[in-house]
Design a protein around this ligand. Sequence first.
Ligand code: ADP
Length: 638
Amino acid sequence: MAEVREFKTESKRLLDLMINSIYTNREIFLRELISNASDAIDRYHYLSLSDERLPKTLDYEIFIAIDKKKRTLSITDNGIGMTYDELIESLGTIAKSGSLDFMQKLKNKTDKETIEIIGQFGVGFYSAFMVAKKVEVRTKSPFSEEGYIFASAGAETYEIEKAEALPTGTTVTLYLRKNSKEENYDEFLEEYNIRRLVKKYSDYIRHPIRMKVKKSVPKLDDDGKPTDKYEEIEEIETLNSMTPIWKRRKSDVTDEELNDFYKQKYFDASDPIATIFINVEGAVNYTALVYIPKKPPYDLYSEHYEKGLQLYSKGVFIMEKCKELVPDYLRFIKGLVDSSDFSLNISREILQQSRELEKIAENVEKKIVGRLKDMLKNDREKYKEFWEAYGVNIKFGVYDRFGLKKDLLKDLLIFRSVNQDDYITLKEYVDAMPKEQEYIYYASGKTKEQVLSMPQMDIVKKQGYDVLILTDDIDEFAMQMLFEYEKKKVKSVNQGELDLLSKEDEKKLEELAEDKKSLLEKMKEILKDKVTNVVFSKRLTESPVCLVSEDGISLEMEKVIANLPSQDKPKASKVLEINPKHPLFTALENLYNDNDPMFEEFAELLYSQALLIEGFPLKNPAEFSRKVSELMIKAAKY
Ligand code: ADP
């Protein structure tokens, strides 16, 4: 008796979507089912290396059969199959932690984007319902006595029953939908069309994809010689070419072929930004094919994202995501490494300690960075595209592991700056520095506009020095880690000392500070919970006040840290700087001299203003607004 079960909720929604959407690209179902079959064979093979229970087999195959009368298409593999539990887990659920994410991603997407997402998520099996009114899966796992038949018409439920005498592996049979005026499903019963789809989507699948095909051949006479009469015979043919592209000679492979391979393998509609084909023979031997996708994977920054390159040994697949091959800052790369230096049944633990693997990883990393440097030098436009997609990662690389990689990566950094419309490199910045300029200046904020309007910029702008503009969270962390470039230290315009005044002006300012010491002390007393110091500013020219930080954690870093989930949230030491030349200071001074209680309010207001300019929230906005209102009323009375 067949047992009837219900699909899990998300699966139902997904099924609905598959069935009711009009895909321009329904044909991808075949690719999905073939990939599943190929994965199942890989898993069988991998397990058979170490598990005695699995007989070693060398004649792996994926077999496609067409039955025009029954209008069915079936895909059979001699892979790992599924046990009863696996069947429910795999086909009755989208057993993926990302399934809800997936549904959300799918909202409001075009068909093309949907297809891309489907590929990335691997909800492939369900795509069968785009063309089938009913799907049957016959499967037997080598770990289970029994085989099972799963059947579903794609509605709410599916059925499972036991089946006798199934071979190990899986057959997925699609009962094609009825043709309608708009849709012709019979095309999936045509030999030539299946052949075309296999070539198009699954040519590099490394197991043979076979099908019985009809051929017209000359009839033979009694002596075995061909006559001019023809007859139709049936023959089993392998449809895919299988030779992995990276096994071919570099000079024989065109860029277009490499890109096509990428697009097929990673279900991307666009060519990658860069393709890096590496062939190394010597102390280590390997071939690597690495791609930088045009767009970052949508889940690159989610915790589910797994970095890694596929690992092969002499063309045989070992593992899907070998993370040891990819440094964190390059986590967005895709591709594979094939090396004859590993044995097939190498365990993960041994692999991790393998010196060869480490060498290959280092080598691949260098080649990628080298390629990026080339691109920066020879194709700035393309590099900008790369930077806009992945610059954050490179900056993270400078910061990560206490700056271990900063020398390797510093020349990959590009910046927006105050004086330039386009990005510049650190080298270009340093080369353009006037002789007397000592530091590489930078300023950080949310946007370029905000940075440009910061009061702290006044003096640097006045000097005509260029200032790098930092707008990403990671930027200041990376800059502080970088520390210097070509012996020029980096310096924030809103942190620490800025020695840009002439000796005379500086002296004057110091004398003034001495003179007004009691006023400054008084302000410091009033604001003691908020700032560590109140000083006359060496950087302001137009604005009345600004907030800067002492060396260490900067104001922008404080904001970033505040958003992190950690318990311990260190803060910047804030210094309130006052512009003694500003009329507001004169007003402040008058209040102080008159012992006016308003002095305290002014001090608080100035601090609040400085906070606002820096983009910090006020602790008590209502209070601030009340005080400003009072002042406005007073002002209006005059
Ligand atoms: P994905 O392949 O991305 O995991 P699918 O929906 O295509 O998503 O398949 C879900 C799961 O069903 C697979 O992960 C696999 O465990 C199982 N599966 C699908 N097809 C086969 C098959 N031909 N042989 C064995 N297991 C399969």
